[in-house]
Design a protein around this ligand. Structure first.
Ligand SMILES: *[C@@H]1O[C@H](CO)[C@@H](O)[C@H](O)[C@H]1NC(C)=O
Ligand SMILES: *[C@@H]1O[C@H](CO)[C@@H](O)[C@H](O)[C@H]1NC(C)=O
Length: 586
């Protein structure tokens, strides 16, 4: 009955070899940066731009809309830069027809937007009340897109939970969100699914749970360190799976669409790719972010490394069970495979190194659980948001990681772009042109690596409300003058550039691409002058307002008057200094 020992181990080795060769592994130790690649995308590649309901719609209390957690959060003082709100934002609720013309001008294939849950179900609970006016708004938006041959890609949850659900149940802390969200999703499939074929359940759940329930920087502003985010994520993953099954069993047969989730992930590159500890730390960084949601959805359970690290830290803290919840076997098989396509939002990269975090009770936090430190290269361009360094090769690395980890799923890039943080108005956004050119090129290289990317969504169509950053960061292809009552839009230079990438379906050759850049920047300078004149007029109006009401906005005065004045003075002084120097030379 006893098998010779060596035969058993030969079997083991064979099984091991078979497993390894079946699952292609991501190679952390090779990073081929490569030079710019001239070439085109596969035929039928879908080009788009996007935005979301709370960031663009405005009309926060119009036509029967209920309150969302972001309405309430942004009205609390001290939560948002300059105490701004999304009350009117881009007035997208009224200007959607104009915006569809802008999309048409760009020749977009798709437009990504989100449905505001409280706009169509004011309390979030369907049996309470359905708001027909809200449904009518999205009906018209979708019809207008269809008339212009622009495919809608629709997100069901882009962060604006109905406030009643937060107050009554504690929001995503509570398991009852699953059935309420499912009813909302089901209503959307019923009303819009005849025209909408691409559904995204959640946008960037990492941000929802970490910034909403761990750091409190986002609505609902809770700081439940080390536990709240894990619990909220657990319910979001289950809610995603439930909605996928609802679509799959009740609607897919008739509507023939696709339903996925959109995850946002920075890339984490080991500081030293020859150091195993750094490689493991970088992998943890990605697993605690993208993998937290993608691994259950593709493989049925949390990444092993999350279970290990959160588990052992919880034990060290004297807790009886892990702060990371567990799925039952039934739940695992219910959740596994609930993704027709994976949405990827991506903006930036970090270098990662191993760092032990002491795990006392006070140290209990999502961030401490990862045992790592994030670093940036000071040479990376950093034109806008503080966190957003331009590192194009990280995009290709991330896409290849997704391919190897999750069985080469169909991918739509749902967000990619760069912001600016400028005091003077600037439509000639050359750094954005550079960012798009390089990131889109790395995506093209990833497709050549075999990654199954079907579409790309520039983030975003318009400047818009940037959550806790208010209006201080601008991601738009189109500039929005938020100080003007009707929120006029102006094209930045990147509109012309992106339009040419779309019409060529890629990058034909060096000469042509350089030509595009030159032409884009040429056309923007005249619009820049136009806008500057417009803004001068509104600044003059603001000065008058200040004279009448000097106490209201000292801050506004600093940015609108003092800064340009200082700019002008600097320029004058340098001119004088230069003249002085030249004279001395003569
Ligand atoms: C925001 O509101 C808080 C509380 O009222 C106030 O202290 C702060 O100065 C406000 N900030 C701005 C920029 O108005
Ligand atoms: C979920 O909501 C119910 C009903 O309000 C409440 O009794 C329960 O305590 C909530 N659970 C959590 C975890 O907040």
């Amino acid at each position: 009955m006893m098998l010779p020992r060596c035969a058993v181990s030969v079997c083991h080795v064979l099984v091991l070899v078979l497993c390894l060769s079946a699952a292609e592994d991501f190679d952390w130790t090779k990073n081929n940066y490569g030079s710019f690649y001239y070439g085109t995308f596969p035929a039928g590649f879908s080009w788009g731009a996007g935005g979301s309901a709370y960031q663009t719609e405005g009309a926060w209390d119009q036509d029967g809309k209920g309150l969302s957690i972001w309405d309430v959060f942004s009205h609390r003082k001290g939560k948002i830069q300059q105490n701004e709100t999304g009350d009117s934002s881009c007035e997208g609720y009224y200007k959607f027809k104009d915006d569809v013309s802008l999309m048409k001008e760009l020749k977009l294939n798709h437009y990504r937007f989100s449905i505001s849950w409280p706009r169509i179900i004011p309390t979030g609970i369907k049996s309470d009340h359905v708001n027909e006016k809200g449904i009518q708004y999205y009906d018209e938006l979708i019809d207008t897109l269809m008339e212009n041959k622009i495919t809608p890609i629709v997100t069901l949850y882009h962060w604006d939970l109905p406030q009643v659900l937060q107050e009554k149940y504690g929001g995503w802390q509570n398991i009852s969100m699953i059935s309420h969200f499912n009813e909302f999703a089901n209503l959307c499939f019923e009303k819009f699914g005849n025209r909408v074929k691409y559904w995204i359940t959640f946008n960037n759940p990492w941000s929802v749970v970490v910034e909403g329930y761990e750091t409190g920087e986002h609505a609902p502003g809770l700081r439940l360190k080390g536990a709240g985010a894990y619990r909220a994520a657990h319910h979001i993953i289950k809610a995603h799976a439930k909605v996928w099954h609802t679509y799959d069993t009740q609607w897919r047969g008739r509507q023939k669409g696709f339903i996925g989730i959109s995850l946002s992930g920075d890339w984490g590159e080991p500081v030293d790719i020859s150091n195993q500890k750094d490689i493991e730390a970088a992998e943890r960084y990605v697993q605690f972010n993208l993998g937290w949601f993608a691994t259950p959805i593709f493989h049925g359970d949390y990444p092993q490394v999350m279970k290990d690290f959160v588990g052992s830290k919880s034990v060290q803290q004297g807790l009886g069970t892990s702060r990371l919840p567990t799925f039952s076997p039934q739940e695992k098989s219910y959740i596994k495979g609930t993704c027709d396509f994976l949405g990827i939002g991506h903006f930036t990269t970090r270098y990662i190194t191993h760092k032990n975090n002491p795990s006392g009770r006070s140290g209990s936090s999502y961030f401490a659980d990862r045992d790592l430190a994030e670093l940036v290269d000071p040479r990376w361009p950093d034109p806008g948001s503080e966190w957003l360094y331009s590192v194009p090769w990280g995009f290709r690395r991330l896409l290849n990681f997704v391919k190897t980890q999750y069985g080469n799923p169909m991918i739509y890039v749902t967000e990619n772009g760069v912001s600016e943080k400028m005091l003077c108005t600037e439509l000639c956004d050359e750094w954005r042109i550079q960012y798009f050119q390089d990131y889109i090129n790395e995506m093209l290289k990833a497709i050549r690596d075999g990654v199954n990317v079907k579409g790309y969504t520039a983030w975003s169509l318009l400047d818009k409300f940037e959550w806790d950053e208010g209006y201080s960061e601008r991601f738009g292809l189109y500039y929005v003058d938020f100080r003007s009552k009707n929120k006029p839009r102006y094209p930045k230079a990147s509109v012309q550039f992106y339009k040419r990438i779309i019409s060529s379906n890629g990058f034909p050759n060096q000469r042509e691409v350089e030509n595009w850049r030159r032409k884009s920047v040429e056309t923007c300078s005249s619009s820049n002058q136009l806008l500057a004149a417009e803004e001068q007029r509104s600044t003059a109006a603001n000065i008058l307002r200040l004279i009448h009401d000097p106490l209201t906005s000292h801050m506004e005065m600093v940015t609108e008057i003092v800064v340009p004045t200082v700019c002008t003075l600097c320029i004058l002084l340098s001119a004088i200094f230069l003249m002085f120097l030249l004279r001395r030379r003569n």
